[in-house]
Write a protein that binds this ligand. Structure first.
Ligand SMILES: Nc1nc2c(ncn2[C@@H]2O[C@H](COP(=O)(O)OP(=O)(O)OP(=O)(O)O)[C@@H](O)[C@H]2O)c(=O)[nH]1
Ligand SMILES: [Zn+2]
Ligand SMILES: [Zn+2]
Ligand SMILES: [Zn+2]
Length: 240
């Protein structure tokens, strides 16, 4: 993973979020995960101070994270106060799509990096008024490997699996599906056109993570979306 491939190596920017460092490039071989966990704890404490529900959305590229966010924000923005952190290697495409919903959004470009880390998130949330938010949604870089290892200080990871990817993904990328408290199976509207076997996929998910909650839905047809909204409301109620 990232400690070996060095993909978390990057230069630092200016800060004001409760940790000190000297602006040098993080060295490969330093205990990146220990440092990440320290900063994630700072983030978590900060979010808790505002009673904020924070979700880290992880998935393969194209499973539908941004579409899920767009639909959710358009439906619930009158009810709940949201902000979105968008993680992508390049482009502000996703942030532009979120901005069109009227919800505050900040884009983090990771360049060559294949995941968000707690440090990027600590700076990213400085763009929001946390005291006036209910839910912070973080869209991670599309990648089923590295984001599993990086705690961002979130309440939980939500893994999105679309049925066009095949039902074997939980077995092939178990770390990611083990790290998630909720697994969303998306693009249910395409089921008649594919060989995807839902029961087999559920079984594989149970094998790698028996505790995970599973919600099957379609961002396109709207089927199952109310179950996801209710899950969101329940999580927020636990924070209050
Ligand atoms: N048929 C169908 N298509 C969907 C659904 N949800 C998303 N899509 C399509 O899937 C494609 C990818 O969706 P995105 O929301 O951009 O996926 P993403 O996970 O944000 O992708 P990355 O940011 O690149 O990781 C788009 O063409 C969406 O319109 C769905 O429920 N059904
Ligand atoms: Zn990596
Ligand atoms: Zn910093
Ligand atoms: Zn996206």
């Amino acid at each position: 993973m990232c400690i070996d491939c060095g993909c978390a190596e990057r230069t630092e920017q200016a800060h004001h979020h409760g940790h000190d460092h000297d602006g040098k490039t993080i060295q490969v071989g330093e205990d990146l995960l220990a440092k990440n966990d320290r900063l994630a704890a700072v983030n978590r404490q900060r979010f808790a101070g505002h009673g904020l529900l924070t979700l880290n959305l992880v998935s393969s590229p194209g499973s539908g994270k941004t579409t899920l966010l767009e639909t959710t924000l358009r439906t619930l923005r009158a009810e709940l106060r949201f902000a979105v952190l968008e993680g992508d290697q390049q482009t502000a495409n996703d942030a532009d799509r979120i901005a069109a919903t009227g919800v505050p959004v900040h884009q983090i470009n990771t360049g060559a990096g294949c995941h968000l880390d707690a440090h990027m998130v600590g700076h990213g949330v400085d763009h929001f008024d946390l005291a006036n938010l209910d839910v912070l949604l973080i869209e991670n870089v599309g990648n089923l490997v590295c984001p599993a290892s990086f705690d961002l200080g979130e309440d939980c990871k939500v893994a999105v699996l679309s049925i066009t990817e095949g039902e074997d993904k939980p077995l092939k990328y178990p770390q990611m599906f083990r790290a998630a408290e909720l697994v969303i199976i998306n693009k249910l509207d395409l089921l008649p056109h594919l060989d995807f076997d839902l029961e087999t996929c559920r079984d594989y998910l149970r094998q790698v993570n028996p505790q995970a909650r599973v919600i099957e839905l379609s961002c396109k047809s709207g089927e199952g979306m109310e179950t996801w909204y209710n899950w969101l409301r329940e999580q927020l109620a636990k924070k209050k």
